[in-house]
Ligand binder design. Structure first.
Ligand code: NAD
Ligand code: GLY
Length: 359
């Protein structure tokens, strides 16, 4: 097992990465400082892993909440179900919430923990590749609104993250690929060597080679922890983690939550950001081709949905947390391995990319 740390002074916490971690009771219970524990998961993950987690908790007063599965259920209504269970069970302010699932459960569980009695402890047990490399680390929590992805939320850090690579055995291929989009993102924004490693090892990752997967998770979490420690509340460098996301969020909202997986939308969005970066004169055609090829090899889509024309796309992109005073801002690439901070982009440049890339 490898332990990384998200260094945030008195709110620092460990990320445990390795095989067979879910069966180790102590890894979990050492972070529970209360008698009352609530486990939040969904109807797909519960039959697979809930019992294993509950087996460690027989000494506690434990409640479980099993939510509907899907991005379309990442809503205030679902979070309210968690509040209802906490209140019905008369849980106190020192209770602990465990989020057992992918990014949807982690984001909602974290948000419920941030809000219940103005904040209770929570632990992330991410069960998708995407959640293990990205969403469980860094304390971004929240829900979607019909008018905007992740627009309601809070920064709220967990006590610990337990990333067991063995749980990825049951993940569907499409979900594994979606997680790879965020892994590729780290190479693109911060680490050319890691990008090159991915070019060499993408087939091993798709074949679920445990050594390759563990290395990719460790590298990704290392970079995420570094960025979050430097800029927890996204005043600067943390925004680079949003490469491709402004376009991606527009696709997710515009096409209906759950139609494109988050990682799929990010893959397309990153190709659009690469195209825009070439128009700025930073990337050359070979760089863009390398990026698109890696996403394609990872079995991810790279062309935006035909249903969204440039006007609608730009309208959707106008609802994004990076925007300032109404101006659309996106992350671009100066080179493979080097991202820009958010940049104002005029509608004419966006329209050019949206009308010509991949069409
Ligand atoms: P998800 O949570 O919907 O999980 C994907 C699917 O896999 C679901 O059907 C889930 O039930 C299933 N599943 C989960 N673990 C499984 C397992 N081990 N075996 C079998 N099936 C399993 O999707 P995701 O890709 O994990 O997360 C996407 C969400 O994460 C989006 O809402 C996105 O906005 C959010 N996100 C948040 C951050 C952040 O910093 N907080 C970062 C990136 C993404
Ligand atoms: N996933 C982007 C962030 O955590 O900042």
């Amino acid at each position: 097992m490898k332990t990384l740390t998200v260094a945030l002074a008195e709110r620092s916490y460990p990320i445990y990465i390795g095989a067979n971690l879910l069966t180790q009771a102590d890894l979990l219970t050492r972070h529970i400082k209360s008698k009352q524990v609530i486990v939040v998961t969904n109807e797909t993950i519960a039959p697979l892993y809930l019992e294993t987690v509950l087996a460690h908790l027989s000494a506690y007063q434990v409640e479980s909440v099993i939510l509907s599965d899907g991005e379309q259920y990442k809503t205030l209504d679902s979070v309210n179900q968690i509040f209802t269970q906490l209140l019905q069970s008369k849980f106190s302010r020192n209770a602990t919430l465990i989020a057992l699932g992918g990014g949807v459960i982690g984001d909602m569980g974290g948000f419920a923990a941030a809000c219940y009695q103005r904040g209770i402890a929570f632990i992330q047990i991410p069960t998708t590749l995407l959640a293990q490399v990205d969403s469980s680390v860094g304390g971004k929590t929240g829900v979607n609104h019909p008018l905007g992805k992740n627009m309601i939320g809070a920064f709220y850090q967990p006590q610990a993250v337990i990333a067991d690579v063995d749980v990825l055995d049951t993940l569907e291929d499409r979900e594994l690929a979606a997680g790879l989009a965020e892994v590729i993102k780290y190479g693109l924004i911060r680490d050319l060597n890691f990008f090159e490693w991915l070019e060499t090892n993408i087939d091993a990752l798709l074949a679920r080679d445990k050594t390759a997967l563990t290395f990719a998770i460790e590298q990704s979490c290392h970079m995420k922890a570094e960025v979050v420690a430097e800029d927890e509340h996204e005043g600067g460098v943390r925004a680079t983690l949003n490469l491709g996301h402004t376009f991606g969020h527009a696709i997710e909202t515009g096409m209906g939550y759950g139609s494109y997986l988050h990682g799929e939308a990010v893959a397309i969005g990153t190709c659009l950001a690469a195209d825009l970066s070439q128009r700025k004169g930073w990337l050359n055609a070979d760089d863009v081709a390398r990026i698109v090829t890696l996403f394609e090899r990872a079995k991810l889509p790279v062309i935006p949905p035909a249903e969204l024309n440039a006007e609608r796309f730009i309208d959707l992109m106008a609802v994004d947390k990076k925007n300032v005073d109404g101006a659309i801002r996106v992350i671009l690439l100066e080179a493979i391995g080097k991202a820009t901070l958010p940049m104002n982009i005029d509608h004419a440049s966006l329209t050019q990319t949206l009308q010509t890339y991949g069409r």
